[in-house]
Design a protein around this ligand. Structure first.
Ligand code: WT7
Length: 659
């Protein structure tokens, strides 16, 4: 795969001048949008910032169903704040029960399997299944507050399992099905889940991925798990461990379809979702019930401009926060219909997504730049052969979208009619923080534009002073918001240190950004040792510790040079123990080892053996120099703190030898 070919070179992009391009909301869209008056946005935003208690209190009251009213909107001081203290609600009741009277027979989930099957679950049917599975969890002895691990493909049962957990107040921890058995084991052990829910397998490009086999390996080393519920999806042979493993269809049989939704404190933990940080150990990000739901609900309503006749499709997997907030909770809380697709975008052919949009008349489509770059590369004929006229709004998330990909998305998918919302947020923020409002904001390709209600972003220098227009700096958020993380599971110190200590009293995002003369934000990427590979977050330290755990490896440093499709690639510099030979076979072995430890998403693009790594006099690896070498073949930057200057010329030479 060439890393230099861009859309422009392959001739698919019409040449458009880049400077100052701006796209106002298409009039036909703006006319019908929920928010279309800039003065109204201005008024709402000002109130959300000047009188957050009034604003969020009113929103929580009018938008969500509470079983007990709160006494205070915001209490405590950052980093330890509480929202809607004293209030009680249930997320599954907000997503299901409250819609039954008006939308009982409306589809809540339209599901398409990779082989082509369809399942439509109305709000009434989804409610019934969630009630049944909530009863199953209770029968298995899951008590309020106890964690449940979910390791499943994109099938309706995954949604049922998550909502059932929410119904009984058991925080779920969803582990993406692409993570390895080892990664699953570590996450289960960190949060001490009692139950694991999985399926026999999952379909990907026509092949069966044996999820249950991974679970079996993981559960051999997870003392907290006493039960495992298995959905039959692919029909492949699995081993069922007596006493521990049960089939989903068996345990669901005869369960009541009316399990009551527990009234839970607003701050009750809804889920723990693991994400990568700057150390080898993933962080279990904890989210609340009330504040989180309010964030997911309101952003879906205003940023996706959701309406009752929309068919909304977010292509994210439920294993990521985007899947939590924008496949499930945001759309269902709004009573919308959400589409779930199980498989790959290029199966059976490279037009699967466009075929789904055309056949099902999808109105709102939310995907990631890495996917868009793949579509660009596959060619225009795939979207062109389908009728995409049902679409009215497009979204992007996960990394900065390059203006070429933005233009392609706008023209080939949106056919020039659809606004694009480039949404910036993080696992930690729970819901979208920066985005255009599609009926109001003029979009600039590559910019995630302006803050959502209550969000006070700023680009600052190390010392916390504000950067000037277009000056690059650290992106921070100055005020707490309802869907913010409530901590890192089991590690309060790391929470304070990671997010609230770089600059006192403000939330540190870890992203670099600039803010232009129109107050539009342009996020540039991480400023810490975190990579963004195909929209997925991976810590360099995680990959390094996987490499170093391989016999023969002395030391490893991982960097993320630019990659045409994935945004960043994974380049590993490895030093070996005396007498160990660094050949291609060993490279393959190392690569497989990383996949085994973390999952296929972490497979290195490049492994380079070297006799030493560039270090500062205090022994810190200078990844910045390695990144330059991985990108351009040489290090031109400041090397004054480098301990052994000879290392650099040897490292650059390694590359020339190889090519
Ligand atoms: C990091 C968060 C929450 C969405 C999925 C990723 C990068 C995300 C954008 C965007 C530029 C973006 C940032 C952020 N990012 N969206 N629209 N423009 N960068 O969630 O795994 O928690 O990663 O993704 O670097 O910090 P995540």
């Amino acid at each position: 795969m060439s890393t230099t070919e861009s859309g422009e070179e392959s001739g698919v992009i019409r040449s458009v001048s880049r400077a100052g391009r701006s796209f106002p909301p298409p009039p036909a869209f703006a006319q019908k949008a929920r928010l279309r008056d800039p003065a109204e946005y201005e008024r709402l935003y000002r109130r959300s910032v000047d009188d957050p208690n009034g604003f969020w209190g009113d929103m929580a009251k009018s938008e969500l169903a509470w079983t007990k009213p709160w006494t205070t909107v915001l209490s405590g001081e950052v980093p330890w704040v509480r929202w809607f203290d004293g209030g009680e609600l249930n997320l599954s009741a907000n997503c299901l029960d409250r819609h039954l009277a008006t939308r009982g027979s409306k589809p809540a989930i339209i599901w398409e399997g990779e082989p082509g099957e369809e399942r439509i679950l109305t709000y009434a049917q989804l409610h019934a299944e969630v009630c049944q599975f909530a009863a199953v969890l209770k029968n298995l002895g899951v008590a309020r507050g106890e964690r449940v691990a979910i390791y499943m493909p994109m099938i309706p049962e995954a949604a049922v399992a998550m909502l059932a957990c929410a119904r009984i107040g058991a925080p779920h921890t969803v582990v993406f099905g692409g993570f390895s058995a080892e990664a699953l084991r570590d996450r289960i052990n960190d949060c001490e889940a009692k139950v694991c829910i999985t399926s026999d397998g999952s379909y990907r490009r026509g092949k069966v991925i044996p999820l249950k086999a991974n679970v079996d390996q993981a559960l051999a080393h997870t003392p907290s798990v006493h039960s495992c519920v298995v959905v039959r999806r692919t029909g492949n042979e699995v081993t069922m461990k007596a006493g521990r493993d049960k089939w989903w269809h068996d345990v669901m049989e005869g369960q009541p379809t009316s399990t009551p939704a527990e009234s839970l404190p607003a701050e009750h933990p809804l889920f723990i979702l693991y994400t990568s940080g700057t150390t080898g150990k993933p962080k279990g990000i904890v989210h609340s019930t009330g504040g989180y739901l309010l964030g997911a609900h309101l952003t879906t309503k205003y940023i996706f401009d959701i309406n009752d006749d929309d068919l909304y499709w977010c292509t994210a997997d439920i294993g990521w926060v985007t899947g939590h907030s924008y496949v499930l909770y945001g759309p269902l809380s709004n009573g919308a219909t959400t589409l779930m697709y199980e498989g790959a975008p290029d199966f059976p052919d490279k037009d699967r997504f466009w075929s789904i949009i055309a056949r099902r008349k999808v109105t709102t489509f939310y995907t990631a730049p890495t996917a868009i770059r793949a579509f660009v590369r596959w060619g225009n004929e795939f979207p062109e052969k389908h009728d995409l006229s049902s679409l009215r709004l497009l979204g992007s998330v996960g990394e900065p979208i390059n203006p070429e990909a933005w233009m392609w998305y706008h023209e080939l998918v949106g056919r020039g009619r659809c606004p694009i919302v480039d949404t910036w947020w993080q696992t930690e923020t729970g819901s979208i923080m920066l985005s255009p409002l599609p009926g109001i904001t003029a979009s600039k390709p590559g910019s995630c534009s302006i803050p959502f209600f209550g969000v006070v972003p700023e680009v600052v220098k190390r010392d916390g002073t504000k950067c000037g227009a277009n000056e690059g700096g650290f992106l921070i958020l100055r005020k707490p918001w309802p869907s913010m993380l409530r901590g890192i599971h089991g590690d309060p110190e790391r929470y304070v240190k990671q997010y609230w200590s770089e600059i006192k009293g403000v939330y540190f995002t870890g992203d670099g950004s600039r803010c232009d003369e129109d107050n539009y934000f342009w996020v540039m990427g991480r400023v810490d040792d975190v990579l963004n590979v195909a929209g997925h977050r991976l810590g360099t330290a995680e990959i390094e510790s996987a490499l170093v755990s391989c016999p023969g490896v002395a030391e490893a440093a991982v960097v993320g040079p630019p990659h045409a499709l994935k945004g960043q690639g994974i380049c590993c510099f490895v030093t070996l123990k005396m007498g160990v030979v660094g050949n291609d076979a060993f490279k393959k072995q190392l690569s497989d080892h990383v996949v085994k430890e973390i999952g296929a998403l972490a497979r290195p693009d490049d492994i380079r053996f070297t006799d030493a790594l560039p270090k500062t006099r205090s022994g810190k690896i200078m990844r910045r120099l390695l990144k330059e070498i991985a990108t351009s073949g040489e290090a031109k930057g400041d090397t004054t703190t480098l301990e052994d200057l000879g290392v650099l010329s040897r490292l650059s030479a390694v590359r020339e030898d190889e090519e």
